[in-house]
Design a protein around this ligand. Sequence first.
Ligand SMILES: [Zn+2]
Length: 341
Amino acid sequence: MGKFDLPKIDLHLHLDGSILPETAWELVQKQGIAVPAEDLKSFLPLIMVPKDCRDVNECLERFEIPVQILQDQDALKRVTEELIGWLAKEGVAYAEIRFAPQLHTRKGLTQKDAIDAVLAGREAGLQAHREIGIGIILCAMSIGGETVNMEENLETVRLTKEYLGKGVVALDLAGAEGIVPLSNFVPIFDLAREEKVPFTCHAGDSQGPETVADALNFGAKRVGHGHHIYEDAALCERAKREGTTFEICPTSNVCCQSTSGYGAHYAKKMFDLGLRVTINTDNMTLFDLNLDKEYEHCIHDMGFSEEDILQMLLYSAEATFQNQAEKAALMERILAYKREA
Ligand SMILES: [Zn+2]
């Protein structure tokens, strides 16, 4: 159980950025992947973001080795199962783990094979840790001009539809922001809406509020990061009206320099405006992080109270991609904690 003994929720958590470091090192050796490291200690900087990281792109480079070692079903299953064990140990009540199936096809797996492996890992993790709830989000990717991988992205949308209710709960668009306008990805979200696939979308992290406007125009009810919305008052009003939930990941934003520090982060100002702010880790290994550390930063560096943390957890519970009954049960756990506190 973690330090904050409350029903914690992580809505924004990438599988490839959250591999147990020992496992990553073991898989590198087992698969004979050449890396400039001779032991775990010298290997860690290759999969963790340095404190003086330049920008989001330097953060993204830290995914290269994790993606390289996750090209077979055994590895995908194992890291998923282990991540669930890690979350359970931290006292997380519910988490949505996301990954991009198309990044795991370098050695011949299909997107479907990758999803099957992650779902097998989810099943094994849930068998061993019955107290936790886990949903899987499938990411479409922004890796260049939108035409480069539009086919793969549309396949991910169709597979999300196929696997809804089988452990997969939603779709996301992840990857580098700002290579091309986010609005260029509209076909992905048109198909998602047509197929009634729930989705979230990375926006407004390294880029400005206009990208959050794009996400809202797609019909996103949740936005990954999105903190730069605060620079546009009218857009904040719109997000408030539409009940948009923001998957804020403070340490990720600080490490990747999309904000100048915890104290300068817009999250508390957004929360005070009445926006639905939630607190998440983004990548537990990449940033050497867990939710307890994020809540500590919230309270000591960002101006949130413990009461605010509970309110944000209620926002998280309401915004999960679970069904209504599951959401209500999660909210009741938080309210029960609140009554006893
Ligand atoms: Zn993310």
